[in-house]
Ligand binder design. Structure first.
Ligand SMILES: [Zn+2]
Length: 231
């Protein structure tokens, strides 16, 4: 069964034109009762949730990297701003996410709300490793027109140098479960970000978990882009 699934996944990977020579490798999934890690990388998505009580605040390394990225952008006259509570660097607790999610459901209904907002306990913002960016010279915020701003261009082209990826890509909605969100960046560190950017893939494709059932703690054979680097 596993082999059949793996075959199906590599077919779908071929169909999207990426990773024609996708290698197979073992990945390590762990859960510390607060959040999941895959190959040491904290993960939060529609499948991999966090404990309600997990309340880390924004990751300090991420904040430092963001500040470096912001300074580099500023040198070119580009202003990056983080959306949300000043000084929170994108961090949202379970309770705040719950409020936001319920507001979206009331506004738009469940189906649309679930494509634009994470269910409480599954948001990368609760993980403390994601931020929503706006262009500080532009009043528009959190809509796809952001992609036409200098700030968006800057994070698309240079984010990986500071360890960031644009997390919810255009055309990858079926994999991430989210609409295209050019403003949402995730910190994964420079090494992973550089590889992910090079292949223009999602974190799920990189880790080899796209299209798979949720994996519990353990080791699994996958076809992920990271396999190319694991030998
Ligand atoms: Zn976001």
């Amino acid at each position: 069964m596993k082999r059949i699934l793996a075959g199906l996944i590599s077919l779908s990977v071929l169909a999207t034109g990426h990773e024609a020579e996708a290698a197979s490798c073992k990945i390590n999934v762990s859960y510390n009762k607060q959040f999941y890690k895959i190959e040491g990388l904290p993960i939060a998505n529609k499948q991999y949730g966090m404990a309600k009580s997990y309340h880390p605040g924004a990751n300090k390394t991420m904040i430092r990297s963001y500040q470096k990225m912001r300074a580099a952008a500023l040198k070119k006259g580009i202003v990056l701003d983080v959306v949300g509570t000043p000084g929170a660097y994108g961090y949202r607790s379970y309770a705040v996410q719950k409020q936001l999610y319920n507001d979206y459901i009331n506004l738009y209904g469940f189906s649309y709300a679930s494509k634009i907002s994470a269910k409480p306990g599954t948001s990368e913002h609760q993980l403390g490793l994601a931020m929503d960016i706006r262009d500080g010279t532009n009043y528009g915020t959190l809509n796809t027109a952001f992609e036409y701003t200098a700030a968006s261009k800057f994070i698309r082209e240079n984010g990986q140098r500071y360890g960031f990826i644009v997390r919810y890509l255009k055309g990858k909605e079926a994999i991430t479960g989210f609409m295209y969100e050019p403003w949402h960046i995730r910190y994964v560190g420079v090494t992973h970000a550089t590889r992910i950017k090079k292949d223009n893939i999602t974190l799920e494709e990189y880790l080899g978990i796209a299209g798979r059932r949720k994996l519990s703690a353990g080791q699994y054979q996958v076809n992920g882009a990271l396999c190319k680097y694991k030998r």
